[in-house]
Design a protein around this ligand. Structure first.
Ligand code: CP
Length: 323
């Protein structure tokens, strides 16, 4: 239900998944984000594109990066941002998601940013809101995390340029990762030369190759000559039963160490959407090393989220002004 304006004549109304965004639509968002990078480098980090708009951050799951960068993005666009603490909201008294949304909508909310443990939650809300209200999926269950996917594409483009020359290895718990799903759709739409997933079979979705990726269970083969390595967290909270023998064995076989990194292209970048578990999927010396772009990913998230908010809620202003 992501309706993309660029390339097909429709305005972007909601932002729920990368699946139905064309490569061209993504490039337009990345270009808009590029124009917002400079806003964060000014002394007064604000533009008036969303002045008078109200954005509600509605997070039913823990978040550090996504919630905070959406808040900063909205504030830099001059919107009023409300963070709902769901642990002390009326959802604790049994109020349904849609009733919570309807009540917040009655307060003239223009845009909801929603994170929820259930796949499809943001889509459900998007189907229920009136036509002037926008919904952004900030992560729903195992399904999608489209703004993370796009900020990762933005980061890759900044460091590596043309996607068509790139081999990208996504390593770790692909099975439970909404981030991996969004990245795979984005990378294939943007024409990446090769997208690999690297994990034990128990952490790969069935028939993962149908997504357009090459699957590797051997870490050395999966990393060979890669230009971009994206490490994923083991998502124990979504696992039913043990899918790896032990943390130590997992790190021995699939942890990204300095030695293993030498198998990739010498200029390869190392990414991680966070939160990161040092010593489990990635060694500290790699996470903090010269090839890591993990913290720039976080910074870039602000500009990309500004671009998405502006395209949804401030499209007419965006067309007539440059920041
Ligand atoms: N990458 C990501 O979604 O991080 P948070 O859970 O901290 O938002």
């Amino acid at each position: 239900m992501t309706s993309a304006r660029p390339g097909n004549g429709h305005r972007l109304r909601h932002f729920l998944t990368t699946d139905d965004l064309s490569g061209r639509a993504m490039i337009e968002i990345l270009d808009t984000a590029e124009s917002f990078i400079s806003v964060g480098e000014r002394e007064i980090k604000k533009v008036p594109l969303l002045r008078g708009k109200t954005i509600v951050n509605l997070f039913f799951e823990a978040s550090t990066r996504t919630r905070t960068t959406f808040e900063i993005a909205g504030k830099r666009l001059s919107a009023d941002i409300i963070n709902i603490n769901t642990s002390v909201s009326a959802t604790q008294k049994g109020e349904s998601l849609l009733d919570t949304v309807r009540n917040l909508e009655a307060m003239h909310t223009d845009l909801f940013v929603i994170r929820h443990p259930a796949s499809g939650a943001a889509d459900l809300v998007a189907r229920s809101v009136p036509s002037h209200v926008h919904v952004v999926n900030a992560g729903d269950g195992r399904h999608a995390h489209p703004t993370q996917g796009l900020l990762d594409m933005f980061t890759i483009r900044r460091y590596k340029g043309d996607f068509r020359r790139l081999t990208v290895a996504i390593v770790g718990d692909v099975l439970h990762s909404r981030v991996a799903r969004s990245q795979i759709h984005a990378l294939t739409a943007l024409g990446a030369k090769e997208v690999r997933v690297v994990a034990p079979r128990s952490l790969l979705p069935a028939a993962v190759e149908t997504l357009g990726v090459t699957a590797y269970t051997d870490m050395a083969q999966g990393l060979k000559d890669a230009d971009v390595i994206i490490m994923l967290r083991l998502q124990f909270e979504r696992m039913s039963g043990a899918l790896i023998p032990s943390a130590r064995e997992y790190f021995d076989l699939y942890g990204l160490t300095r030695e293993r990194l030498t198998l990739a292209h010498p200029d390869a970048i190392v990414m991680h959407p966070g939160p990161m578990n040092r010593g489990l999927e990635i060694a500290s010396e790699v996470a903090d090393g010269p090839q890591s772009v993990i913290l720039p990913q976080v910074t870039n998230g602000i500009a990309v989220r500004m671009a998405i908010l502006a395209r949804l809620a401030g499209a007419s202003a965006l067309e007539s002004k440059t920041p």
